[in-house]
Design a protein. Structure first.
Lengths: 291, 613
């Protein structure tokens, strides 16, 4: 039965999910845009962020510490992964890059399974965001409202880094033409490492922020990865704003379809992706020519 | 004539015989070793599933993460027919499942193949997930949802009054081994067919595969459908083997495991997936049961996979093949087998502007550009170009850098659509036709920057181009042996002789000298027997000796052909061309005989910046 409060609450759920997808996808898309690598380990990084946060939370009991620890841990993982493996793949075919990141993703999931088992772990939301909030006409879990705010803040921060700093300028120039940026005497190698770190951090941050909403399992990143792909295809590969738009659209599609019949939410998401591919193959905000 | 297939042909039957022998011998070797038939049976199914995937990824270069969709489709259609619909003929049900999967593959391919590379990979992931959703909920009345379909029977055969019921274990092995053998024989035929050669060409260089006249999209879709059919049949076999069709067949993990097994075994080998599955399944059993590693088995296999991708990308079978080739090469070298490059001689051309399609006598210009304009956003690269070439002419096109010569050539061959204007070839408007169709009409070009099939031999390169001339834009002769294509050998050998690469025919392109690569570049264009050939800077970057050889080559190939040559080498152009067109800032500045052009004031100004004026 679809009621008005039910509809609004699903709209909020869609917004929260959409914001989450937007943040993860923007991490994926800036890595692809700058480095030209599609990171199939991105879902595993999301999962890893959740677990790193979980460990920090168990040790300190502070949610803030958990978020910071989860994010920083993923920066380290991202930088290590780029230095040890990914950078040797820049000159190899796209298929090899996909295969190696796919393999790394599986290894990360299995490492976590080895240490934490397959049973789900829970992280409690911080005290100030526990319980439910009255919005006047309906009640809504406070933490879910907070998630929208926290992720919006993270997206703004990412936007500022990309569009208001020297590093961001180089990253955006690198998306256009990394050979040219290299020729200008900028150390592209170092920029690539930083970008991979930032992209990983976006996934890790999303992972720990989302941990109180869903319970943590080693497979939690798998489904997210698929949804992230749809977001990026809808929004346009390599476009930061496209990732945000695609994320919000996808979140609402999943959420509103669930209200009618949950079993069709994935199908509907895919149908929209197909529609976008038919009408605008480069994605809503993607530029032509980039494949 | 030591044609393409003869050497391969001798190996060909050998591979089939060895496969059959291996399949027959396996139970007698494995059984005493305590190997459970169940594992061997699963390996065969994964191996057959992987044969199709290898055709798609290893040969065509399309990395799909969505094969589980077709595995599940074929599996559930067959299982439904055998359980709920009461069909009793197992083989028929498997075939129907395979057809259903192929149809699904066609539909999915139409969507996914709109994009390449990472987009293709991402779209196939999303599609596979959708199939899983569909199976699990909306279609659960037919598929049993999370419970799957239990009670799938094993096949029985009634031959000459003799009844044979396939049981479990080694009896089932026999049935699966026959299926695998048929599958591998068909795949080997596909690989050795013209279609197989074209699929490899698409993997190496899709742009050039289209430019020599192949319908690249059509062949990609063909490979996708074939892979889906293999997946569908294997999915059906899974139900038959387990007497139960599990919903896990549809999960992303199935696609992932297939990819990892194929890469571990070796892509582009057909047998790689079987080897990979054997490694995967036996290591899993070994790690879980003998070493008691529990869940860590997948981590070990994941690490093996990552290491192989990093260091041995062609997998175990590919690595073995590389090692054998390396030792053979060393042996040949130490025994003094060497090949000397042959210089270009004035060869009598045996490659004619051949069976070409529209040979009706035609009096007008061969090629005409009427008011052709191309703008990229605000930048006008070509402005209102009028251009006409008559039969048998050798036309030179010159112009300073940025004059729009390459853009003009791209529009003539259909690589770029003009913003406005028309291109008329043999009296027919070809504006808006794709590059493969234009090539099929007899108009093609050689590229300024080499566009070759780099990991293939010189001969294989020319074969790919000649196939387009012999078979047309699209043909589904994937069971015909490549050497049965009429006139192919003559076309290939003639082209090789013409560009002076006959002695280098079996050398991989990557081992050629730069000048040889340039000649092969022209050879690829020639092998499609164009009536009009455009040459984009054929002399660029050549040493004086290479340049002299190539000028001789151009003189040779102009007999019976119409040529348009762009180059910065003025001496060569003024020596070769009968008429010269000068492009400047995207428009035609002048046209005339070499002598007229030399005297032309505007041309002198354009080139010398007005100093001479």
């Amino acid at each position: 039965m679809i009621t008005w409060p039910n509809f609004v609450s699903q709209l909020f759920n869609g917004l929260a999910l959409g914001a989450l997808l937007a943040l993860i996808s923007s991490g994926l898309t800036i890595i692809y845009g700058t480095l030209g690598v599609l990171n199939l380990a991105h879902g595993a990084m999301f999962m890893l962020g959740g677990y790193a946060g979980y460990v920090a939370y168990e040790a300190t009991g502070s949610f803030t510490v958990a978020v910071v620890a989860g994010s920083l841990f993923l920066v380290v993982v991202g930088v290590l992964m780029e230095r040890v493996i990914i950078r040797y793949f820049y000159s190899r075919p796209a298929e090899d890059q996909i295969l190696v990141t796919f393999g790394i993703g599986i290894c990360l999931v299995e490492v976590i399974r080895l240490f934490f088992g397959s049973l789900s772990k829970t992280v409690s939301p911080p005290d100030w965001a526990a319980g439910i909030t009255s919005l006047g006409f309906m009640f809504y879990p406070t933490y879910r409202l907070a998630v929208v705010g926290i992720i919006a803040a993270a997206l703004v921060a990412l936007f500022l880094v990309l569009f208001r700093t020297r590093l961001g300028l180089i990253v955006r120039a690198g998306i256009e033409d990394s050979a040219m940026v290299d020729a200008l005497g900028i150390d592209v190698d170092r920029v690539f490492m930083i970008v991979f770190g930032i992209g990983a951090m976006a996934a890790g941050f999303a992972g720990i922020v989302n941990a109180p909403v869903v319970s943590l399992t080693p497979d939690v990143g798998d489904a997210i990865l698929v949804e992230t792909f749809v977001v990026v295809v809808i929004g346009g590969v390599g476009s930061f704003t496209g990732a945000i738009l695609g994320g919000l659209i996808s979140g609402e599609i999943l959420s509103l379809t669930s209200m009618v019949d949950p079993s069709y939410s994935g199908v509907m998401l895919f149908a929209v992706m197909t529609l976008v591919l038919m009408l605008r193959p480069q994605g809503l905000l993607g530029t032509k020519g980039r494949t | 004539m030591r044609g393409l297939g003869l050497m391969l042909g001798r190996h060909a039957v050998l591979v089939e015989i060895l496969t059959a022998a291996g399949l027959v011998a396996a139970p007698f070797v494995l059984s005493p070793l305590g190997f459970a038939p169940g594992t061997a049976n699963h390996i065969l199914i994964w191996g057959l599933f992987g044969v199709g995937f290898d055709l798609l990824f290893g040969y065509t270069g399309l990395l799909s993460f969505g094969q589980s969709a077709f595995y599940g489709t074929g599996g559930f259609v067959a299982a439904y027919l055998l359980t709920r619909a009461g069909m009793s003929n197992v083989v028929l049900a498997l075939v129907i499942g395979m057809i259903a999967a192929a149809i699904a593959g066609y539909g999915v391919g139409l969507i996914a193949l709109r994009r390449t590379g990472i987009y293709f990979a991402m779209i196939t992931v999303a599609i596979a997930e959708t199939f899983f959703f569909l199976e699990n909920s909306p279609l659960s009345a037919w598929t049993g949802g999370e419970n799957g379909l239990p009670g799938v029977p094993t096949p029985h055969f009634d031959l000459f009054g003799f009844h044979y019921q396939v049981g479990t274990d080694w009896s089932m092995y026999g049935f699966l081994a026959v299926c695998y053998f048929v599958g591998i024989v068909i795949a080997l035929r596909i690989v050795r067919s013209p279609v197989g050669a074209i699929l490899t060409a698409i993997r190496e260089n899709p742009l050039r595969a289209a430019a020599v006249g192949h319908n690249v999209h059509g062949y990609k879709l063909t490979a996708f459908v074939i892979a889906a059919a293999y997946a569908g049949f294997s999915g059906g076999l899974l139900g038959v083997l387990q007497a139960f069709m599990p919903p896990e067949a549809f999960t992303f993990d199935t696609s992932g495991q297939l990819i990892m097994q194929t890469v571990i075994g070796g892509t582009g080998t057909l047998f790689g997936p079987l080897v990979g599955a054997a490694v995967w399944l036996s290591l899993r059993d070994f790690l879980q049961q003998s070493l008691n590693l529990g869940a860590a088995w997948k981590l070990v296999l994941g690490l093996i996979f990552v290491l192989l991708v990093c260091f041995l990308r062609r997998g175990l079978v590919g690595g073995l093949r590389n090692a054998v080739e390396w030792f053979t090469a060393r042996w040949r070298a130490s025994n003094g087998v060497a090949e000397a490059p042959a210089p270009v001689a004035a060869v009598v051309a045996t490659v004619g502007p051949s069976r070409r399609r529209d040979e009706t006598p035609f009096s007008g210009p061969v090629l005409e550009a009427r008011g052709v304009t191309k703008s990229f956003g605000g930048l006008v690269a070509n402005r209102d170009i009028q251009f006409s070439v008559s039969q048998g002419e050798l036309r030179g096109v010159i112009g300073p850098n940025g004059a729009g010569k390459s853009t003009f050539f791209k529009m003539l061959t259909g690589e770029l659509p003009p913003t406005s204007g028309h291109i008329i070839f043999h009296g027919r408007d070809i504006t808006g036709l794709d590059i493969a169709s234009v090539c099929q009409l007899g108009l093609t070009k050689s590229y300024q920057v080499n566009q070759l099939f780099n990991r293939l031999t010189v001969r294989a390169n020319v074969v790919i181009a000649a196939l387009a001339e012999r078979r047309g834009r699209f043909s589904l002769d994937f069971l015909r042996r490549i050497e049965r294509v009429p006139g192919l050998d003559a076309q290939v050998e003639g082209t090789l002789a013409l560009v002076g690469l006959a002695a280098r025919a079996d050398v991989p392109v990557s081992d050629l000298a730069y000048g040889e690569k340039r000649r092969l570049e022209i050879g690829l264009a020639l092998a499609s027997s164009p009536s009009l050939l455009l040459l984009d800077e054929p002399l660029a970057g050549m040493s004086p000796r290479e340049r002299a050889e190539t000028v001789t080559l151009l003189k040779n190939i102009r007999r019976g052909r119409t040529l348009v040559v762009v180059d910065h080498d003025m001496d060569a152009i003024f020596e070769l061309a009968e008429r010269i067109t000068v492009l400047h800032e995207g428009a035609v500045l002048a046209e005339g005989t070499p002598a007229e052009i030399q005297r032309n004031k505007f041309v002198q100004e354009a080139y010398l910046g007005g100093v001479a004026a």
